[in-house]
Design a binder for this molecule. Structure first.
Ligand code: B12
Ligand code: SF4
Ligand code: SF4
Length: 416
């Protein structure tokens, strides 16, 4: 569709030869393009997020960010788009579903049954495909190219968990969904299994309206959280969240939380799989989010037993772009075991066998796990030679949030 140039309606600042583009028409066009690119909704937010600042500051002041230092490093720039990228007048928000197209309808229940199999290591759904930071941002950049074809060159930057951006607040106020009691954004049509992304633009667009909260009296996510990380509706203490503990935590996992973590080895979806809205969560047609990782359904004892060669072979696909770690999947349970055994360990100096043995020793309190997870691990089955696995801390995304192979945002880096 060719856009018509007009002087009417809300108008944008960048244009060819002083002609102006009608903002409503432009938005209709952006929505069409975004659907082709795999986004399920586009919204627009203004840049004044001041009403969210006290909540954000309070969250930091209470220390709920734990070791996520990037959350405080840029101060209020996170809530002030025009300070992060001077000249920003509007923010285009987007959401991209990530459940693969062939996900069975009973996916949530079937994910929950994994939690009852203590020998299995459970990797969160969002981490089973390609690195979402790259997928979302590259598609947002394609969207920008199309916009530029119509409006001419314009100032912009695309983000998806790649810079100090208050993504949920931008999504909430632009109507991508409401903020659930688990603090994530969910909507009536997509539910919550989607990623968020934004484009900061230097022209003015009419904001889209927020939507009403539909949690009602439900408290399922709060009640199910194994570590009671949702300390109040909409407020998560990252220090207790399994996602943080398995991905971000650099030190020892607090003893009192270890047993509660069950068989989660990378991320956690419990507050989403229990959510009644998610029974009909939207799926994606984008093949990038198909399961690439060979870890789904894997037994922990087998993961521990992999030698380097097996590890390299089996994670070949995953290592070339999974949203897990560039070091490799097999290090996760190792990292976990070693954190239990050797707090603050950077590199393994012990054999796998002795690490796991230490992890499950009574002195380490791991044997108190109610799931019996550690009891299932037989140290005598593990290789006794010194580990040669590429045990390195996964390189963080530009935001430092989720591990990714490369830092995507070269413009605003170091982003957070
Ligand atoms: C830090 C972070 C984490 C931390 C902290 C989580 C958190 N809730 O803040 C940890 C490591 C624990 C984490 C985990 C996960 N994360 Co995360 N994370 C982020 C990150 C980088 C920043 C979030 C943030 O700004 N937190 C700061 C606090 C202050 O913000 P807030 O939680 O919205 O707090 C507000 C509310 O508490 C509100 N408030 C106060 N009172 C009340 C009362 C009510 C009723 C309500 C509703 C709100 C409310 O005020 C606060 C200030 O505005 C974003 C990416 C980004 N740049 O935004 C991804 C992001 C939020 N994460 C995401 C995902 C997918 C996850 C996981 C599902 C991954 C997984 N499967 O393991 C889990 C989910 C855990 C959970 N229940 O939150 C997605 C969420 C997509 C969505 N649908 O919303 C994001 C947006 C990344 C992306 N680009 O897609 N994450
Ligand atoms: S991701 Fe898991 S640990 Fe974190 S708040 Fe949700 S249920 Fe709790
Ligand atoms: S589980 Fe219930 S309270 Fe939690 S987000 Fe879903 S509807 Fe809201």
């Amino acid at each position: 569709m060719q856009l018509q140039w007009a002087f009417s309606g809300r108008q944008i600042g960048h244009f060819y030869n002083r002609w102006m583009v009608d903002s409503d028409q432009l938005m209709a066009q952006i929505r069409d393009w975004s659907r082709e690119l795999g986004f399920s909704q586009i919204g627009v937010s203004g840049v004044d997020l001041s009403s969210a600042e006290p909540g954000f500051l309070d969250w930091l002041a209470k220390g709920y960010h734990g070791g996520l230092h990037y959350m405080e490093q840029h101060g209020l720039k996170r809530a002030r788009p025009a300070e992060l990228l001077p000249g920003t007048l509007s923010v285009i928000t987007a959401r991209m579903p990530y459940l693969p197209h062939d996900t069975p309808d009973d996916w949530a229940a079937s994910e929950r049954t994994r939690l009852g199999r203590p020998g299995e290591g459970v990797v969160s759904l969002y981490a089973r495909g390609r690195d979402y930071h790259k997928v979302v941002r590259s598609r947002l950049n394609k969207l920008c190219e199309r916009i530029a074809e119509v409006v001419g060159p314009f100032g912009h930057r695309a983000f998806s968990d790649s810079a100090p951006v208050l993504e949920k607040e931008l999504a909430r106020r632009s109507g991508e969904g409401w903020q659930g009691k688990h603090s994530l954004i969910l909507s009536r049509d997509a539910r919550s299994m989607f990623f968020l992304g934004e484009i900061y633009v230097d022209f003015d667009l009419a904001p889209t309206a927020a939507v009403a909260d539909h949690c009602g009296t439900c408290t399922a996510c709060i009640d199910v959280c194994p570590t009671q990380a949702i300390i109040a509706p909409g407020v998560v203490d990252a220090r207790r969240c399994i996602s943080y503990l398995t991905i971000e935590n650099k030190g020892a996992i607090p003893v009192e939380l270890r047993a509660l973590m069950g068989n989660h080895i990378y991320g956690c979806d419990d507050c989403q799989t229990i959510c009644p809205w998610n029974k009909y969560a939207q799926k994606t047609e984008i093949p990038d989010f198909d399961e690439r990782s060979p870890l789904v359904g894997q037994q922990l004892v087998d993961l521990f037993a992999w030698d380097e060669q097996t590890f390299l072979k089996r994670t070949e696909a995953a290592r070339s772009g999974a949203s897990t770690t560039n070091a490799g999947c097999a290090t996760w349970p190792w990292r976990w075991a070693m954190r239990c055994a050797r707090p603050a360990a950077k590199r393994p100096k012990k054999s796998a066998r002795s690490c796991v043995r230490d992890s499950i020793s009574p002195a380490n309190s791991c044997t108190s796990t109610s799931s019996g997870l550690w009891n299932k691990i037989r140290p005598e089955r593990l290789p006794d030679k010194r580990s040669r696995l590429p045990f390195q801390e996964s390189r963080p995304s530009a935001s430092g949030r989720l591990a990714s192979a490369t830092m995507c945002d070269s413009v605003i880096s170091p982003a957070t």
